[in-house]
Ligand binder design. Structure first.
Ligand code: SF4
Length: 152
């Protein structure tokens, strides 16, 4: 959550994913929890253990999806191949705490994400929900007809 009633993004922020894939193809971690692991394994028709052996790496106390030697997400193949069960981190990008920490941090995130500051306006409550890990980005408000969102 933000500090105080009026964060710098109190009037909302614009974001519409262009599906460029850049955020899926950079070095980093895609953290996954037990529920996400079960969902992805089921989606792929794998047991939890098989999935873990092939697609997970332990970083300290947490688990991350593995990435290719070129840093592509292991599930990137011109598009996200586990899109319906993609992790929360992917569903809520770029509305992460570190991106929302300041307008400077938001602008810095925008350097690598061409969808930031374009298209759909997210309200403060929507941003707060995403920041808290609830819901997912979408091109139109819930209930409206919308193309498939690509959270990265
Ligand atoms: S979230 Fe941004 S970087 Fe990722 S695919 Fe969409 S536009 Fe590209």
């Amino acid at each position: 959550m933000h500090d105080g009633p009026n964060p710098w993004y109190t009037d909302g922020l614009r974001f519409s994913c262009t599906r460029c894939g850049h955020c899926c193809r950079v070095e980093g971690h895609v953290w996954v929890g037990a529920r996400e692991i079960r969902a992805i394994a089921r989606f792929l028709g794998l047991t939890r253990d098989d999935f873990g052996r092939r697609f997970l790496r332990r970083i300290g106390r947490r688990l991350s999806l593995v990435e290719e030697p070129n840093h592509d997400c292991v599930f990137w193949d011109e598009e996200c191949t586990i899109y319906p069960v993609r992790p929360r981190q992917c569903r809520t990008f770029p509305f992460w705490g570190k991106s929302l920490a300041s307008s400077e941090a938001w602008r810095s995130t925008a350097i690598d994400c061409e969808g930031i500051d374009t298209g759909r306006l997210y309200s403060l409550p929507e941003i707060d929900a995403l920041r808290a890990g609830r819901g997912e980005t979408a091109d139109a408000p819930a209930g409206a007809q919308s193309p498939r969102p690509q959270g990265g």
